[in-house]
Design a protein around this ligand. Structure first.
Ligand SMILES: Cc1ncc(COP(=O)(O)O)c(C=O)c1O
Length: 348
């Protein structure tokens, strides 16, 4: 039976997404979703939607969305690719830019989907271990066909120094994709680099800052030749009609997104301070989650105990990640409940 399946698929481990519980009672701080609803303009667009148009295929190249994204980032629509979540953008980058004997790079730890995508395409990976405190550690002579530079990084939430990044970008010989899924929560971003360099793309998503993980919409901005290569190989109708309309409504309400981002950043500061007060090691987050290591109890024990109480956070086993926990920023009430549960653990 297994000989019917490609060898690399037979031997690979699939991506393990964070748990999506059916019960609404769970306090869900495990997949970096936004705790607030999407913009009221998304609700209005949903009400206006006429189901009879669903008999027709959607726009295969998402032109209205690309124009809007182009206005936001000050570039023509030809420099924008729109995909079924930024996960699709990442997968297409490997298919478009990496030969069979090429290599895909990323920091370790970073987004655990990258090695899975490389494995699916049967191309080799060239991970770069981060320093012991999860900082920048790129060797001078590093090369690969494609590098996924997650910024802010996940699961650490951390950023790197601009100058270090820039000198790496300038000497890197392959395609460099800045995965900016969390950029709206950060102090700065690298969008200008995607508009300046021939080999740099930036990927963004509506899953986090726009509260739209459920519609699956991500995009890439960068040089036209790279963008058109991605258009050549994508699925014919990769973004549904409903997703295109709802995403457009959300992107047109930047003020609402910004307000929510500010609320999340305020809660992030609070959680950071409260965990430090309890002696935890907390890494400086520029995203909508916190990466932290408990004191006097193992990360896994905290994860398991909270899970039993219906508070879901993320634990990544492994030598480099197993001492830490990734906690998505929820509402202030979620974080209150989380801290109470942690205190009960340590007190008990
Ligand atoms: C670094 C990073 N990139 C991309 C994604 C995927 O985003 P999307 O929901 O747009 O596929 C995630 C989701 O968690 C992520 O953490």
């Amino acid at each position: 039976m297994s000989s019917l399946i490609r060898e690399s698929v037979n031997h690979m481990q699939g991506y393990v997404p964070g748990e999506q519980p059916r019960s609404a009672d769970v306090i869900k701080l495990n997949t970096n979703e936004n705790p607030y609803p999407p913009s009221p303009m998304v609700f209005e667009a949903l009400e206006r939607m006429d189901a009879s148009v669903l008999a027709k295929y959607p726009d295969p190249v998402c032109m209205d969305l690309r124009k809007q994204i182009g206005r936001m980032h000050d570039c023509p629509p030809e420099q924008v690719f729109v995909g079924n979540g930024s996960d699709e953008v990442l997968a297409l980058c490997i298919r478009a830019f990496v030969e069979r004997d090429g290599t895909v790079g990323f920091f370790d730890p970073s987004y655990s989907l990258y090695p899975v995508l490389a494995r699916i395409e049967d191309v080799a990976t060239k991970p770069v271990p981060l320093s012991a405190d999860f900082g920048w550690s790129m060797p001078e002579d590093y090369a690969a066909s494609l590098f996924f530079l997650t910024h802010p990084n996940a699961p650490t939430g951390m950023m790197y120094a601009r100058q270090e990044m820039l000198s790496f970008i300038e000497r890197f010989p392959g395609v460099l994709l800045l995965d900016e899924a969390y950029a709206d929560f950060a102090d700065w971003n690298g969008m200008a680099w995607a508009l300046r360099y021939e080999h740099v793309l930036v990927a963004r998503t509506l899953s986090k800052s726009y509260s739209l993980a459920g519609i699956r919409l991500g995009y890439a901005v960068g040089p036209e030749p790279l963008i058109s290569a991605m258009y050549k190989i994508k699925d014919s109708y990769n973004v549904s009609r409903m997703t295109q309309e709802l995403a457009l409504a959300a992107l047109c309400d930047q003020a609402y997104m910004r307000r929510n981002v500010e609320r999340i950043k305020a809660t992030r500061s609070r959680l950071d301070a409260e965990l430090r007060k309890r002696g935890w090691t907390v890494y400086p987050s520029q995203s909508n989650f916190i990466w932290a290591s408990p004191v006097g109890i193992s990360a896994h024990a905290v994860y398991t105990a909270l899970h039993e109480q219906g508070i879901f956070i993320r634990y990544f086993p492994g030598v480099r990640t197993g001492q830490c926990l990734r906690i998505s920023i929820g509402t202030d009430e979620h974080i209150e409940a989380l801290l109470d549960a942690i205190d009960a653990l340590e007190g008990g």
